[in-house]
Design a binder for this molecule. Structure first.
Ligand SMILES: C[S@@+](CC[C@H](N)C(=O)[O-])C[C@H]1O[C@@H](n2cnc3c(N)ncnc32)[C@H](O)[C@@H]1O
Length: 243
């Protein structure tokens, strides 16, 4: 009988990130990803005009901070990434040690949910977020051009092995449709989407190196209309339904 090897993806992530920084140095693709995320999240936070009495959870924060008048709670599975912050939690997005309806905004970007059981994570986000609150979520998509002409393309869910940070990382890959439907089940209304690494993923698929193809992410704004079929990453802004 052919039994599939079961990998504990969260444990593998914990082991990898304990031995490394959240983002690798000298890696053009991930430097671009980090810059796109930072710029988009900071811009969106500015637009939200949150006040000093409000609370943000930065879930799977790594060492990333944002400018905001709010209180930020930094949460990660790696203690060394968060113990320098005033308010921090060492916990997984699958089980968040916070009360129901206790935060106004959740930021979960940098492929954090690709390392987790997405159903548990989205259920937890829905539980701790106040009605009308905002979830800024980013994930890596199975609809990526990286998988074009393979059986994996746009598949609901599968596990992909990556070489990242000079380590082997295992990521759950999700189709956009699956993720949005799951979020809808947990009372999240999709307000806005931004897909990125569009042309870069396509070039990478056809043999251009990661380093060279990453530079083409500069065309992402312009390529949004055809992004559904090719983009590797996506940021989705959700609002938790008031009802
Ligand atoms: C690529 S880093 C991104 C860090 C940060 N979100 C950012 O955008 O800069 C991925 C992060 O996810 C964290 N992580 C992985 N699995 C997690 C889980 N189940 N719960 C919380 N954090 C997790 C890792 O420790 C790491 O800090």
């Amino acid at each position: 009988m052919n039994v599939k090897k079961v990998i504990d993806i969260e444990e593998a992530a914990k082991e990898n990130y304990t031995q490394s920084e959240p983002w690798p140095n000298n890696d053009m693709w991930h430097t671009c990803t980090y810059n796109i995320l930072n710029k988009y999240v900071q811009k969106y936070l500015d637009e939200l005009h949150l006040s000093s009495s409000q609370v943000i959870l930065n879930a799977g924060c790594g060492k990333t901070t944002y400018k905001t008048p709010c209180t930020i709670i930094y949460m990660d599975i790696i203690e060394d990434y968060v113990n320098m912050f005033e308010k921090y939690l060492i916990a997984s997005v699958e089980k968040i040690p916070m009360p129901d309806s206790s935060v106004d905004c959740i930021i979960c970007v940098g492929s954090v949910i690709n390392y987790a059981d997405v159903q548990k994570a989205i259920a937890e986000f829905s539980r701790i977020l106040k009605p009308g609150g905002t979830l800024i979520l980013e994930f890596e998509r199975s609809n990526s051009a990286e998988f074009l002409f393979t059986k994996k393309y746009a598949k609901t869910v599968f596990v992909q092995k990556y070489q990242y940070n000079n380590q082997i990382h295992y990521l759950w890959m999700y189709s956009e449709k699956f993720l949005i439907q799951l979020a809808d089940y947990y009372s999240f209304i999709c307000k806005r989407k931004y897909r990125f690494h569009i042309l870069s993923s396509l070039l990478y698929r056809f043999g251009v190196s990661e380093k060279r193809s990453a530079k083409y992410s500069k065309f992402d704004d312009f390529l949004q209309p055809c992004s559904y079929f090719f983009a590797h990453n996506e940021i989705v802004i959700f609002e938790k339904n008031i009802l």
